[in-house]
Design a protein around this ligand. Sequence first.
Ligand code: GLY
Ligand code: MN
Ligand code: MN
Length: 400
Amino acid sequence: MRYEPAPAELYEENRKRFCDSMESGALALFTSNDILPTNADGTMPFVQNRDLLYLTGIDQEETLLVLFPDAFEEKHREITTVLWNDQRDALLKNLMSQANKVYLNRNEHLRASVAISTQEDRLAEEIQKTYPLHEYKRSAPIMHQLRSVKQEGEMKLIRRSAQINTDAFLRVLKAMKPGMMEYEIEAEFVHEYTRNGSPGFSYTPIIASGYNACVLHYIENDAELKDGDLVLLDVGCWYGNYASDVTRCFPANGRFTDRQKEIYEAVLRVQKACIEMLRPGNQLHAYHRDVGDLMEKELLSLGLISQKDVDHQDPDWPAYKKYFMHGTSHYLGLDVHDVGPWTRQMEVGNYFTVEPGIYIPEESIGVRIEDNILITEDGYENLTSGIPKEVSEIEKIMSA
Ligand code: GLY
Ligand code: MN
Ligand code: MN
């Protein structure tokens, strides 16, 4: 194995915490993901269902987890196994006769858009058809809450993912120069990831020079880095199934222009102020509103928006959105845009990105700065603070 797995106790505790949230007399079912086809006899790389992984650590297809704390026979209280369909049907028939409620799992991520029927969708459909008189419950709200509070057993993998990404950004900082292609920078990340036991990118990397940085989902990475370009790098890796997700902007030639620096410093001020707002008890909604106020102030002093724009703004799409049109933070973990409750207060163990940006297409300048922040009892810990983000520090390393 390329990584030391999390301790088995982590998964035992995760199952216990799920069971503690279940109603009595209830059974819960979790499936693995499918192996998806490409063409001919090809398949896509297997990606395990994150909830099953969280509850079992099993990174293998064709797995079914049954949790039934009130089962008559002790051996049925927790079952993780690879089962043939006929064995599975017989087991379920037995257990369903004892249960009165069933927790089923669905992908309830706010931004999920799934065009195919997944294994858990098929199980949910089949079981509700076969046993229409049971009461059905949703596992997702419980899973979102549990997964959003990182446990000690997860931290080694999370820290390692952040550290490998840190090493990769430091490598890129030293390698970058005008004339390189964006995909050559991508290759530097791959090199550092693979040599450290990471299976690779946790999402399609964005290596965006000059104007490309203003195209939010730019992933072509096929342009040449020009002298004078600012290069936006939004890149992260997996390690032991945990994601990192970092953005930095480096000047291709090692020196920021005055204008690039002005914009960059504005984003950096907002990013630092955002990080300071992350602490237990703060509300995510209030946080996002406060970030909007900070960004509005910076854009007003940069002269990019006017007080008149603010006075006449649409409250659903405030004036600052013209230059900062995406969210500031998302949960991070077994998924890059990890599941977590959006309406609750921040808690110790939450792990967030913080990623404000300013994008000015008419000037070919796009700046985003993104770190990975763990909420602690005292406030926060920045797990990606080793990746330089001060202008002087970036310029110093690039000129060495
Ligand atoms: N790279 C995806 C994100 O920053 O959310
Ligand atoms: Mn990112
Ligand atoms: Mn992100």
